[in-house]
Design a protein around this ligand. Structure first.
Ligand code: ATP
Ligand SMILES: Nc1ccn([C@@H]2O[C@H](COP(=O)(O)O)[C@@H](O)[C@H]2O)c(=O)n1
Length: 680
């Protein structure tokens, strides 16, 4: 069984010369996922504002909901978490993708909460070590079993050992040791879960760090957020942390999530390579994130940096005109994520650049030292590397090679290598949609900064058409796509196919995770009019009303939506895409330049559907149709995950009294009014 995200298209970035503009950063991944879990573990409700909407945060939210925690969407970038400790659902199988910020802290929290769970992820997650954390948790009484390789996920968590039956003798320990040299997330996970342990023992818990602690700034984020939730940890340098006996999380009411400082690094680099100024809103000198220190790196490389409380502005040389950045030899232990950006910038330096103390790269989304080394060489760079270091020699104008860059399902690889667009050959980024892990809108935002406006060049345009059932979305999407010569995505078909597969293979439709696995593994192909499920044409079968109804039931499950997300994004290709569904404009393509919300009176819709079904040879009763369509719309509108709502920037089109031709015209006119030029 494989849960690997299917690699999508590739993206050609033409050579760029200048970059300037302003970006509001998406929320910090580190803060978002920590805050979600802390809010879930405390008493009372917390509203999180500016929350990152990305693969990793969706994984965390889906897991919390699966555990019975109420997480409600409360407007753009806002969720309201009703904390509940212990979590109401005591048994379950959680699939956590490749989200380390979900896997490690949930392992700790669930194993100290009491309950029986299985935690798994994508194959790469099963190669990322977790043994140090598991060892530490076992000394606290946790029962954790490796289901695959010793020291790695997947894991089975059993009931907590009773206080008196610690097999090491005596009660679960009040002192725990954890290695600090592999991943700071182990310490973060232990710290965040520690109040659950002290609630059981009534005594303080001392956490001691063995070896040098890497990525210390991430621990500061953890400690500051815990303090916002009412738990103050006493620290003795980097090696000893004491969680007090009375530690208990309390809802702070509201948390504003800062912009993501690691993501800021790519935009700082844009300002430093393309002249600038690039203004980055959402992080600044008051930031609690360590990666904000990347501003010091670009400054040392010759950029001009203006730091304000909540923004950073960067200007620099124009490397495409032959100007150069200053080379560096630096220790990047404290900012390993942003360090990758420096490795890409090194191609434009005036001498070899050495990154030291980056051993943690080896156990990230991919082996980043190997990946960076391999892909920089493709562009013509001479690269040397060792266990925890990398040296990049600058690329001269005649050395640059046109290259197609593999991204290893690693969002940071894709974002870093976008910077190769400042070379003379441009660059192709394979599977650019992997940026969805932290910043689904990265490439359009990146493109908007280049040479005045190369946004349209960076990501093919999308027109989204969302709306209730039988409003004509599919028909209009096909006709608009035909008129523009674009491709089309019928996202509802993917939910219908999932429903049909569930029906045909006897999967229990109430078993959310089992249905998600079916969605993940769907073997489908769209060939003209044909829709092939495991090679069999089911185009007519999936149109039955009962399949639509089951589709609407399973579409309410977060893990199912997650499983289908990247598959849908993979349809985005030049010259453009028309995508129809329920959440095309709100979730799947939030950066679409034109969003249509297509509605029609329910009676008109029922009549159209009745006619359509009869034409396909199915029987249809108008009264039954009306009832089932109303129920389906209601379920689609009120579900917690990606409900049917118009995006804030959508145009509502009512087709009740329009013909198909007239509706198509309205959409095409709206598109023309935006003034987009066709792509090459
Ligand atoms: N403006 C219109 N006037 C008359 N009939 C229309 C109009 N638009 C669409 N139709 C007809 O309505 C029927 C339903 O349209 P379609 O299947 O495109 O809806 P949909 O919104 O994609 O539905 P679903 O969400 O259930 O897939 C089709 O037979 C189509 O020809
Ligand atoms: N983006 C989407 C598309 C569809 N759904 C769900 O699937 C059901 C069937 O879709 P049709 O458009 O083919 O009728 C629909 O009722 C939705 O519940 C969705 O959630 N998101």
């Amino acid at each position: 069984m494989s849960h690997t995200r299917k690699p999508s298209r590739s993206l050609n970035l033409a050579p760029a010369t200048r970059a300037s503009g302003r970006i509001r950063l998406p929320g910090s991944k580190s803060i978002s996922n920590r805050a979600l879990l802390l809010a879930a573990m405390c008493s009372g409700a917390t509203t999180l504002e500016g929350l990152l909407d990305s693969d990793d945060t969706r994984v965390m939210i889906a897991a919390l909901r699966q555990l019975g925690v109420q997480v409600d969407e409360a407007g753009e970038g806002r969720v309201r978490v009703q904390g509940q400790y212990p979590f109401p659902i005591k048994e379950g199988t959680l699939f956590l993708g490749n989200a380390g910020t979900a896997f490690r802290p949930l392992t700790a929290a669930l194993s100290l909460m009491g309950g029986r769970y299985e935690l798994s992820g994508v194959p790469r997650m099963h190669e990322r070590p977790i043994g140090d954390l598991v060892d530490a948790l076992r000394t606290l009484g946790a029962d954790i079993v490796y289901l695959g390789r010793e020291g790695y996920p997947p894991l089975r968590i059993g009931a907590l050992r009773a206080m008196e039956e610690n097999k090491n003798g005596g009660a679960p320990s009040d002192r725990v040791r954890v290695r600090g040299t592999v991943s700071s997330q182990f310490l973060t996970a232990l710290l965040m879960a520690a109040p659950l342990h002290v609630a059981r023992t009534g005594r303080p818990l001392v956490i001691e760090v063995e070896g040098d602690l890497i990525s210390r700034p991430y621990i500061l984020i953890t400690l500051r957020l815990m303090a916002r939730f009412g738990v103050n940890v006493a620290c003795d340098g980097d090696s000893r942390f004491v969680v007090p006996a009375d530690a208990a999380y309390r809802a702070p009411g509201r948390i504003a999530v800062e912009g993501d400082a690691s993501t800021a690094s790519y935009f700082m680099a844009l300002g430093a390579l393309g002249g600038g100024p690039v203004v980055i809103d959402g992080v600044g000198q008051d930031s609690i994130q360590g990666d904000v220190a990347f501003a010091d790196v670009v400054q040392a490389m010759g950029a001009t940096v203006v730091r304000r409380a909540e923004s950073i502005e960067v200007s620099g040389p124009v490397v495409a005109r032959g100007e150069r950045l200053r080379a560096f030899d630096r220790d990047f232990n404290l900012i390993p994520d942003a360090a990758m950006t420096a490795a890409a910038m090194a191609m434009y330096a005036d001498g070899p650049c050495t990154l030291r103390n980056i051993g943690s790269w080896r156990v990230k989304e991919t082996d980043r030292i190997h990946a960076m080394h391999t892909e920089l060489e493709k562009l013509g760079a001479r690269v040397e590397s060792g266990p925890d270091w990398l040296r990049v020699h600058p690329v001269t104008a005649d050395q640059w090679r046109a290259a197609s860059i593999a991204t290893y399902d690693d969002h940071r690889m894709a974002m870093c290598f976008s910077l190769a667009a400042f070379g003379p050959k441009g660059v192709t980024i394979e599977d650019p949609d992997c940026v969805g892990k932290t910043f689904p809108g990265y490439f359009p935002a990146f493109g908007d900064m280049l040479d005045g406006n190369a946004g349209a060049r960076a990501a093919p345009p999308v027109i989204t058409i969302d709306g209730p059932t039988a409003s004509g979305k599919g028909t209009i999407a096909h006709r608009v796509a035909q008129a523009l010569g674009w491709s089309v995505l019928d996202s509802g078909a993917l939910y219908r196919l999932t429903a049909l597969a569930v029906q045909q293979n006897g999967t229990n439709p109430d078993d959310e995770m089992a249905v998600a696995r079916v969605a993940q593994e769907l073997d489908v192909a769209f060939q003209g009019e044909q829709v092939l499920l495991e090679g069999r044409d089911v185009a007519a079968l999936i149109r039955q009303e009962q399949v639509g109804n089951l589709a609407s039931r399973v579409a309410a499950y977060g893990p199912v939506r997650q499983a289908l997300l990247e598959r849908q994004r993979a349809f985005r290709m030049a010259p453009g895409l028309v995508a129809d569904g329920r959440d095309m404009g709100t979730v799947v393509f939030p950066d679409a330049p034109l969003k249509i919300f297509l509605v029609a009176d329910v009676r008109a819709r029922a009549e159209r559907r009745s006619k359509q079904l009869k034409e396909k040879g199915f029987s249809a009763n108008l009264a039954d149709l009306l009832e089932s369509m109303r129920a389906r719309d209601e379920r689609d509108r009120t579900r917690a995950n990606a409900p049917l709502v118009a995006a804030a920037d959508a145009r509502t089109v009512d087709s009740s009294s329009l013909t198909i031709d007239e509706t198509v015209r309205v959409v095409l006119d709206l598109w023309s009014s935006l003034g987009f030029q066709p792509q090459e």
